[in-house]
Design a protein around this ligand. Structure first.
Ligand code: M6R
Length: 361
């Protein structure tokens, strides 16, 4: 039931403080500020290979940044439809992780089976706990997003990201990379996520105005660095899916290697710019696009300095620990797509040509 909401997608966006909280509680002991040991001993894992499709693939890419940074654990992420047919060379000691809301996506399931058949340990990060992937994998890592009805994934995505961030902290602890003091700090940062997500959901006023501008565009660029890069691609996918506007997500530093040629006054550029160690780099990329007449919308915390340059408008995001920025910034990204689609009058919950679960290849 949609209750007070116009669409399931809107309802599911608003459910995210709860779904993230519920998911994190599975992996973290908030009372004692510790990770919960799970069935996988990350000290015995040499590499991680994530396989996934669509939004789950972007969640996997965000996870990769965390596994490498926090746990020093090499991590590859690949689109399942490519992985399954290219005879990948996977090292023994690799933990294969399928990320999927439904647990039924044909290519992801086939990739998981391939990994299992090739002797790898397997884990399934799934929202449907009785799904084919959950049955196929050695270990099930649940997300607790609850049933997701909207075809465009929202709360399943943030639940996947939350679980991967928590697991990366767990891996860091088990591999001796994170001492108890830092563990406490990171668990506390994750504990703050639901509250900050709830704050981000309140950003809707400013975002409606931007959505009005986006609804008139034929192309939109999303930019980010670090974990904001996969989130930029997720933002572009969300906009494409439900508003049918062409959009691309780019690593902000890659722009000058080609895509900046697309920039003109009709192409809005949405920049995801939390105050992290690469903020200054992103800001200077934004000056470059603004100087070429691109209307830039920078989503950043109030405390972030203003990049010099005309044409840069700002949307204030909640201030947050860099670890949880992908969770907090996912909200404005989803709301932008949602309001743009509403403005265009498209069928938000059932976009054309799309199915909720892609069980054939
Ligand atoms: O059920 P899955 O997570 O395996 O589905 C993967 C993709 O089909 C899915 O994320 C798709 O990209 C969504 N429509 C994105 O909003």
């Amino acid at each position: 039931e949609k209750g007070e909401y116009r669409h399931f997608m809107e309802k599911e966006i608003h459910e995210q403080p709860d779904s993230v909280q519920h998911t994190l509680s599975h992996y973290l002991d908030f009372v004692n500020g510790r990770v919960k040991p799970g069935e996988i001993d990350f000290a015995a894992v040499d590499r991680i290979q994530i396989v996934a499709c669509g939004t789950a693939f972007y969640a996997g890419q965000i996870g990769r940044y965390a596994f490498e940074r926090l746990a020093g654990l090499p991590c590859d992420v690949e689109i399942a439809s490519e992985f399954r047919y290219r005879n990948p060379a996977v090292a023994p000691g690799t933990l294969a992780v399928a990320v999927s809301q439904s647990g039924e996506t044909a290519d992801t399931l086939a990739s998981l089976s391939w990994c299992k058949a090739n002797g790898l340990k397997t884990a399934a990060l799934v929202n449907v706990h009785s799904s084919s992937m959950a049955r196929e994998a050695l270990v099930v890592w649940p997300t607790h997003a609850g049933p997701e009805i909207g075809v465009a994934s929202t709360k399943a995505f943030t639940a996947q990201v939350a679980a991967l961030l928590a697991l990366a902290v767990t891996a860091g602890v088990q591999r001796g990379r994170i001492d108890p003091l830092i563990e406490g700090e990171l668990v506390k940062a994750l504990f703050e996520a639901p509250r900050l997500i709830a704050e981000a959901v309140q950003m809707d006023g400013a975002l409606r105005g931007v959505a009005h501008e986006l609804s008139k565009a034929t192309d939109v660029l999303f930019l980010g660095r670090g974990a904001m890069f996969p989130l930029a691609m997720e933002g572009a996918l969300k906009l494409k899916e439900i508003s049918y506007i062409h959009a691309e997500g780019y690593a902000a530093g890659e722009l000058k290697h080609g895509p900046i040629a697309l920039v003109d006054e009709l192409t809005p550029i949405v920049a995801l710019a939390p105050l992290d160690e690469v903020f200054e780099k992103t800001a200077s990329n934004l000056q470059e696009v603004a100087a070429r007449g691109g209307p830039v919308i920078m989503i950043a915390p109030k405390a972030a300095p203003d990049p010099h340059g005309a044409g840069i408008s700002r949307i204030d995001a909640p201030d947050c620990h860099p670890l949880i920025a992908p969770l907090v910034y996912a909200i404005p990204v989803q709301l932008l797509a949602y309001y743009t689609a509403v403005e265009k009058g498209t069928d938000v919950d059932q976009p054309r040509n799309l199915a909720k679960s892609v069980t054939v290849e």
